[in-house]
Ligand binder design. Structure first.
Ligand SMILES: Cc1cc2nc3c(=O)[nH]c(=O)nc-3n(C[C@H](O)[C@H](O)[C@H](O)COP(=O)(O)O)c2cc1C
Length: 300
């Protein structure tokens, strides 16, 4: 399939619009995402903050900042992770509200809508920061992806995908939705609150199990950001992605993993709405994204 076929595929574009129209929370987002820009900056802890994002002016369709820890338990876990040499965002939790606002504002200087990826253990201690994100960001992204032991020992990150933790995930999402609705009553554009996304990892559990578990909470999220992680392979598990796409047709799906070129992105875009990239940005391989934006703009 050539590039023009892909982006002029009427069914796909129609589906994308139909999905937004069916979902009030997404109608606002539709106006913010530039249709020409199908590539999103994925979150990288300790790296993707406002300052990092604003270096990439008009490149991405969306930028993700974080992961930010919203409570003490998750921040202590991050301190331990830093102590063994990995990057994380560390800060005084009393200052987090200001830090979030400042980083969202700075990230918006990239010209793209901003998603904030978060982790927390105790949602009751995280509500003020959740509200700040719902108020200022364009997407709230709950991290159900992290596999660092210090985080999974708390039963969060990718552990939230397991059946035994499905009620915890549901409770988190219910509370986030309640806060979203509360805030929405005070908004001028009533009826369009902040979209809630889940960042998930393929192959931690089987696609069927994941679909069952996500179906139990499907009323509480608008989009899935899926790392198509394929154990022992250096390419994405597109069959897994396809299963998720087919079972969640009314959700926005951001595909992710090992995308390094227009060709890689085109293949993944058959099974998702947008594609995100992390490591290729770190290695400075972003020329193809500019080229892809230009081509899409020309032909769409
Ligand atoms: C250094 C680094 C830090 C990351 N931190 C996060 C994070 O905080 N939250 C998250 O959801 N994913 C995180 N990820 C995963 C990426 O968002 C992405 O899913 C993964 O790197 C696969 O995409 P890629 O092949 O384009 O790098 C991180 C990845 C890297 C390389």
């Amino acid at each position: 399939m050539c590039f023009i076929d892909l982006i002029n595929d009427n069914d796909r574009i129609y589906n994308f619009d139909k999905m937004y129209n069916r979902n009030n929370n997404l109608s606002n987002l539709k106006n913010k995402i530039n249709k020409n820009k199908k590539i999103v900056l994925a979150p990288m802890a300790g790296i993707t903050d406002g300052k990092f994002c604003k270096k990439y002016k008009n490149l991405f369709g969306m930028v993700c900042i974080g992961a930010y820890d919203l409570d003490k338990d998750s921040q202590i876990a991050s301190e331990k992770i830093v102590n063994r040499g990995r990057k994380e965002f560390l800060y005084n939790l009393d200052e987090l509200d200001d830090i979030l606002r400042q980083n969202i504002t700075e990230a918006k200087e990239s010209g793209a809508p901003v998603s904030v990826n978060v982790r927390f253990k105790d949602i009751n201690k995280s509500t003020d920061n959740i509200k700040t994100i719902l108020q200022y960001a364009d997407i709230f992204e709950l991290n159900c992806h992290c596999r660092q032991k210090e985080i999974t020992d708390l039963g969060i990150g990718q552990e939230l995908l397991k059946k035994e933790n499905n009620n915890i995930l549901k409770n988190y999402l219910k509370i986030i939705n309640e806060l979203n609705n509360e805030l929405n009553h005070g908004r001028l554009n009533h009826g369009s609150s902040t979209p809630i996304f889940l960042k998930i990892r393929a192959n931690f559990i089987s696609a069927n199990e994941l679909i069952d578990n996500l179906n139990n909470v499907k009323d509480y999220f608008n989009g899935l950001h899926i790392d198509c992680f394929y154990p022992n392979k250096n390419y994405a598990d597109l069959d897994y992605l396809k299963e998720i796409r087919n079972n969640f047709k009314d959700k926005v799906i951001i595909g992710n993993n090992s995308i390094n070129s227009i060709d890689d992105a085109k293949i993944m875009l058959k099974y998702c709405d947008i594609v995100s990239v992390a490591r290729c940005v770190l290695s400075g391989n972003t020329g193809w994204i500019k080229e892809m934006n230009h081509k899409t703009e020309k032909y769409i």
